[in-house]
Write a protein that binds this ligand. Structure first.
Ligand code: UD1
Length: 376
């Protein structure tokens, strides 16, 4: 079975790493990594490949940045060419970025089966580009690998046949557990702040990420968020590795950060984990960090109005803050008291990738191309 495993942007890399690693144990599987090039800076891409032990991609499509239409179109054109020349039996896409959407559409139109890893998540917020990517990808995929119960319910509600929806756990957590085991192997570049953290011993600190266009592309929203975090930073220093988009917008809007917010370049996976795993609290608008903090029982304040990952709030350590100053300050207080009650969601046990391959390799359908007129 020839499989294209697609990744394009930073959050995808954590998800493909365990899937690729698990494929190596399967004699009948030829798993090729396709990197669309949606993210391309060394620190947003290659550094992650190295950190996560992912080999060089078989195909690199060099799509780069652009408007959503331009970026999606560039990926589609380049991906169609390699699908036509390599003729994979299956295209596996992960998450909800533009690369996920672009490659699933191309594959499906070439009658190649599509497996969506992290299917079924819904924020029900159509102003979020990722929600559109999730809905379209799920509308046409053949295999739905879901991470939490809500994903399964959403897929069944949307009319997917039960036998195509598989609750396998979460490959992101496979990666997290694998990497936690590697933190002490001497390869983590702790940079100044890692050293700072070690020097401080058990000193309290917070960790923060912020990059979502809805939070940083609007001056008023961005300023309100930073104003809350500046106030919190008076009580507890905050480490803040900045996404390129956030840095650009902070400069454009002349946003001022408290000196107690320590601004960093984007960090590698291990460096970032090294910092946030011992943080008193994590502030984020990322999808993945809501889940990773839940798996580690670290209090998390999510700077968004909604989440497509409800299990992190229902049984995990996550608190939804909204994006206003008051919302963030209140959620910070609430999150500290929530930690004691938090637990790890079912099947977030480090074995999701194995479950995915077991389902795919036992499926008689994967080697059969779709035929015109076939119904799901
Ligand atoms: C994308 C994903 C988002 C994910 C995020 C993680 C979509 C719709 N969005 O958003 O779901 O959470 O990645 O980072 O797919 N840039 C660089 N260097 C890079 C990549 C981007 O400087 O390597 C700059 C671009 O020039 C652009 C900005 O960062 O100004 C945004 O990049 P883009 O990939 O368009 O979207 P993200 O905001 O990263």
């Amino acid at each position: 079975m020839k499989v294209f495993l697609v990744a394009g942007a930073r959050p995808n890399f954590m998800k493909i790493a365990p899937i690729y690693r698990a494929s190596l144990a399967l004699p009948g599987v030829d798993c090729m990594i396709v990197h669309t090039g949606q993210h391309y800076d060394h620190e947003m891409s290659q550094a992650f490949f190295e950190d996560l032990e992912i080999p060089k991609p078989t195909h690199f499509l060099e799509a780069g940045s652009g408007s959503h239409a331009v970026q999606t179109a560039k990926i589609m054109v380049a991906f169609e060419k390699i699908c036509e020349s390599e003729k994979p039996d299956l295209v596996m896409v992960v998450g909800d970025v533009n690369s996920t959407l672009a490659c699933s559409i191309v594959a499906k139109k070439l009658l190649i089966k599509v497996a969506h890893v992290e299917a079924g998540l819904r924020s029900f917020d159509l102003t979020m580009p990722e929600e559109i990517n999730r809905m379209v990808t799920d509308a046409i995929s053949d295999y739905f690998f879901v991470t939490e119960e809500s994903g399964k319910l959403n897929m069944l509600r949307e009319g997917k046949p039960a036998e195509s929806v598989h609750f396998v756990g979460h490959v992101m957590i496979d990666n997290l557990l694998y990497q936690i085991g590697k933190l002490n192997d001497g390869t983590v570049n702790t940079r100044e702040l890692g050293v700072y953290k070690l020097k401080q011993g058990r000193k309290r600190y917070a960790f923060m990420t912020l990059h979502r266009p809805s939070n940083v592309d609007n001056s008023e929203t961005f300023r309100g968020i930073v104003s809350a975090l500046n106030e919190i930073a008076e009580k507890i220093p905050i480490f803040f590795p900045m996404h390129p988009r956030t840095r650009k917008m902070a400069e454009q809007f002349s946003v001022e950060f408290s000196k107690q917010i320590v601004l960093l370049p984007p960090l590698g996976f291990k460096e970032s984990l090294f910092l946030w795993k011992d943080a008193e609290v994590v502030f984020t608008d990322s999808g993945g960090l809501q889940e990773e903090t839940t798996a580690m029982g670290v209090p998390c304040v999510t700077i968004r109005e909604n989440t497509e990952r409800p299990v992190t709030v229902e049984i995990g350590s996550n608190v939804l803050a909204g994006t206003t100053r008051d919302g963030i300050l209140n959620a910070y207080k609430k999150s500290l008291s929530k930690k004691a009650r938090a637990s790890v969601p079912p099947k977030w046990d480090g074995h999701a990738a194995e479950r995915i391959w077991s389902i795919l390799t036992n499926s008689s359908q994967v080697n059969t191309k779709l035929v015109k007129g076939e119904r799901l």
